[in-house]
Design a protein around this ligand. Structure first.
Ligand code: TXA
Ligand code: MG
Length: 388
């Protein structure tokens, strides 16, 4: 099909209101879509943009992604431009069919089959050696590629209808917290991308786990929605790269972790993470809060349902029960954005346990803080007092 007839059939697929909106407003087209039964007409409108080299944000179970045809160099360059993302940080390539792995990757290790069967579709990204069909820009000149099959009906339908693998980093401006709703996407990218498929909030809330299968043993480069514990049950050995649990900025091996030297997940507010035994954390947080309020800063505290009553600060926000790390993860990035909209200057965040999804949450919190980590020590009194 020629470019002209492609465009005409895309254009005819829009209703007159959408045509006018797109033409006049230079705004991003918002397509509300059912997350369980995605309306195929709307998916085709979005797929047409991708097919024609455009950019479409779409929901996944982890966070919203910003999609472009992974095999179209101009489209991928447009993706970096829209996000203001450095060209040396490659996006993840999203697929809807296992066969695509064998097209995009080579030297696929024997362990991969079982991992893909158990965890795909789902919040797990796998690093393989790449094949020659992948343009260099898509993988930032690396000889490896990050591949994931997401578990969201809208994402899978979009990939299928687009007829190509979709490069999709998180749909935020580079450095900002990842978006867990279409509104978050529009906050950062309205007018910079063609369309967003809005299927409501993401259910996992932190990005996928990145697992490098090019090394023996396989290594987790980024903790995320698939837990270390669940991977250990399937792989005989799996390691955590030191950056996963780092408490300070470590020197980065660009080929292993290309994105890590760039700032991530950060709200506009400064972030401090307070870690340690819970009563000591509460005391230390209140001490820091008083200190910053005394300096005239607007202070926010990020905590859990169990501790929310103990803090004295202008904005105190619970992420959910500390016993439910899934809910904590789901609410994390939205809370960052909320603090920003309330013009908070400094966020003091309670540390979470480094287990299950807590590992991903703590990795995001510590990075957002630029590793400003305060270790709270018991003062012997255990004198946390609940505010009224
Ligand atoms: O859940 C997710 O993973 C979301 C949704 C949209 O799927 N996507 C996402 O993409 O978080 P992005 O681009 O924001 O993060 C991709 C991560 C980065 O840390 C990048 O450095 C790493 O994957 N990555 C990409 N290609 C890589 C490669 N060849 N080797 C090692 N790491 C790679
Ligand atoms: Mg990202």
């Amino acid at each position: 099909m020629s470019i002209l007839s492609n465009f005409l059939s895309f254009w005819r697929s829009l209703n007159p209101k959408a045509q006018l909106y797109h033409l006049l407003m230079k705004k991003t087209l918002v397509l509300k879509v059912d997350s369980n039964k995605p309306e195929i007409g709307k998916i085709r409108v979005a797929a047409r943009f991708i097919h024609n080299g455009g950019l479409v944000a779409f929901p996944t179970e982890t966070v919203y992604g910003l999609g472009a045809d992974a095999l179209n160099v101009a489209a991928v360059l447009r993706l970096f431009e829209a996000k203001k993302r450095p060209l040396d940080n490659p996006p993840i390539v999203h697929i809807c069919d296992l066969k695509d792995v064998y097209r995009l990757a080579r030297e696929i290790p024997s362990t991969a089959g079982e991992v893909m069967r158990r965890f795909w579709p789902g919040p797990l990204t796998l690093i393989f050696k790449r094949s020659n069909v992948v343009p260099e820009v898509t993988v930032a000149d690396l000889d490896t590629i990050a591949v994931r099959m997401p578990m969201h009906k809208v994402a899978l339908a979009l990939i299928r209808e687009s007829g190509c693998p979709i490069s999709a980093p998180s749909a935020n401006l580079s450095g900002r917290p990842s978006p867990t709703s279409a509104n978050h996407v529009l906050e950062d990218l309205d007018g910079r991308i063609d369309a967003v498929l809005d299927a409501g909030p993401s259910t996992v809330g932190v990005e996928s786990t990145v697992l490098d299968l090019t090394t023996a043993p396989p290594q987790i480069l980024r903790p995320g929605g698939t837990t270390f514990e669940s991977l250990k049950k399937v792989l005989s050995t799996v390691e955590l790269n030191p950056v996963v649990t780092a408490e300070e900025a470590l020197p980065v091996d660009k080929a292993r972790s290309p994105g890590l030297k760039h700032k991530h997940y950060a709200p506009n507010a400064e972030v401090v993470v307070v870690e340690g035994e819970l009563l000591a954390v509460i005391d230390k947080t209140n001490e820091l809060s008083a200190f910053y309020m005394g300096k005239g800063s607007k202070v926010g505290v990020l905590c859990t349902d169990e501790t929310v009553g103990y803090y004295r600060a202008e904005v105190v926000k619970s992420l959910g029960s500390g016993r439910d790390l899934g809910t904590i993860a789901k609410n994390l990035f939205g809370a960052f954005r909320d603090f920003d909209s309330k013009k908070v200057d400094i966020i003091i965040a309670e540390g979470m346990p480094l287990e299950g999804l807590g590992l991903a949450v703590m990795n995001r919190l510590r990075k957002a803080s630029g590793y400003r980590i305060v270790k709270a020590k018991k003062n012997g009194k255990g004198n946390a007092t609940r505010s009224k």
